[in-house]
Design a protein around this ligand. Structure first.
Ligand code: PMP
Length: 425
């Protein structure tokens, strides 16, 4: 069966809102390391890593082995019994996460991790109002869609009351039309007025990504979180750090918030935690976690296979020093992208941390160029390179390869991108 026939069946039997990349979407067949192979056996260099998920590389042999062993031994338990990998993973997360984060609740996705976090913050503070950021993305449940600060991802409007969206720390298109650093990071300071004017003054939490993923790798200035979190805490709120996309070495540190010198009260993880196995985690300080009263179970959350995958993934990230590789090879990728920007007027901005680098594609007048971005993606694919797309207008190329990527592979990717950008302005 050819690709067109698979597309026809996909269109017939899946919800129409399931977005697909490429005019003729890729039918993926298998993958290894930084490489993905399609239906016809064609190889692609994967610079999107299944939406920044396979940080240890596709089908890492050690993770595959651990998963296979766990499936053979105990595939399912439910949260009603103790399964050893679950306890081991919770203990490991307590050791490696920043600050005093210590107690975990496991789920199956980033969406659920964020749901759990906001619910916990509300229980812990006895308050309802939550601040999220414009251009942020929190997931696809009704609460998570409402937290999301991007219209296209929240098509049915509000469902949950008490969510306010603060300005994004989006320096390239500053919402206050200021320039860093003379702005004094006024977008963070504005949270004070947001609280005073649009809430009761009693907020439960600020939820934010250290680098906004779907928003187009919007990277806050170094002072941003210290200012924002201080304001929220002064008003009695907690800081929920969404590390779903940024966690587990992606930005050159194990967790991206470590770049900002702030300790979260609650952190959410998913994606790279299981290197592709469905898993989410909400991790909180002991005092905050103590508020998780009422009954709770999760049929699949803490599933031993997902837990084993996560334990093996963390081992690989630590032993292969993948955060260091993300820092070193990420700096190399960044330098090469900055050089591309000198030559291509269609590149308005290059931003990100480590192996999470965004390229904002613009027209002559700096207006977003989503059509051009789609063309770049198609042309890159023709040259055997997979990349992602994001931003409110869909005009930000998102580069996020597995953290095992080499400089030679970066060279290959940048050359393909260079050719794909040629003639676009
Ligand atoms: N938070 C962030 C920052 C994300 O990028 C995503 C997914 N792209 C989510 C939450 C939701 O995760 P999931 O798709 O696993 O529900």
């Amino acid at each position: 069966m050819d690709e067109r026939e698979w597309l026809r069946r996909h269109r017939s039997y899946l919800f129409p809102n399931v977005i697909l990349y490429y005019e003729q979407p890729l039918v993926v067949e298998r993958a290894q390391g930084c490489w993905v192979y399609d239906h016809d056996g064609r190889a692609y260099l994967d610079f999107f890593a299944g939406i920044l998920t396979v940080n240890a590389g596709h089908c890492h042999p050690r993770i595959v082995e651990r998963v296979a062993e766990q499936v053979r031994t105990l595939q399912h338990a439910s949260s009603l019994y103790i399964n050893r990998p679950m306890v081991e993973l919770a203990e490991k997360l307590a050791q490696i996460t920043p600050g005093r984060l210590q107690r975990s609740f496991f789920t199956n996705s980033g969406t659920e991790a964020n749901e759990t976090a906001v619910h916990l913050a509300r229980l812990s503070t006895g308050r309802q109002e939550v601040i999220a950021l414009r251009h942020g993305y929190s997931g696809r449940s009704m609460l998570a869609m409402d937290l999301t600060g991007s219209g296209p991802w929240r098509p049915s409007g509000d469902h949950v009351v008490g969510i306010k969206h603060a300005l994004a720390p989006y320096c390239y298109r500053c919402p206050l039309k200021l320039t860093y650093p003379s702005c004094g990071v006024a977008c963070a300071g504005d949270i004070e007025e947001l609280i005073q004017t649009t809430t009761s003054g009693r907020v439960a939490a600020l939820i934010a990504e250290p680098v906004q993923g779907i928003g187009g790798f919007i990277t806050p200035p170094p002072e941003y979180f210290r200012i924002a979190v201080e304001i929220v805490r002064r008003h009695g709120g907690l800081f929920i750090c969404d590390e779903v996309q940024t966690g587990f070495g992606r930005t050159g540190r194990l967790f991206a918030i470590e770049h900002y010198g702030v300790e979260p009260d609650i952190m959410t993880c998913a994606k790279a935690l299981g290197n592709g196995m469905p898993v989410g985690a909400t991790i909180a300080t002991p005092e905050v976690a103590a508020a998780s009263t009422g009954l709770s179970i999760s049929t699949f959350g803490g599933n031993p296979v997902a837990m084993a995958a996560a334990l093996a993934t963390i081992e690989v990230i630590e032993e292969e020093k993948l955060a260091d590789n993300a820092r070193v090879v990420g700096a190399y990728l960044r330098a090469r992208l900055d050089a591309l920007r000198e030559r291509h007027r269609a590149i308005g901005d290059v931003r990100g941390l480590g192996l999470m680098q965004g390229v904002e594609v613009v027209k002559e007048d700096r207006a977003p160029n989503p059509e051009g971005t789609v063309r770049v993606m198609e042309r890159a694919r023709e040259r055997g390179l997979l990349i992602g797309r994001g931003g409110l207008h869909g005009n930000v190329i998102r580069l996020g390869p597995p953290l095992t990527v080499t400089q030679a592979e970066v060279d290959q990717a940048v050359e393909a991108l260079d050719l794909a950008l040629t003639g676009l302005s």
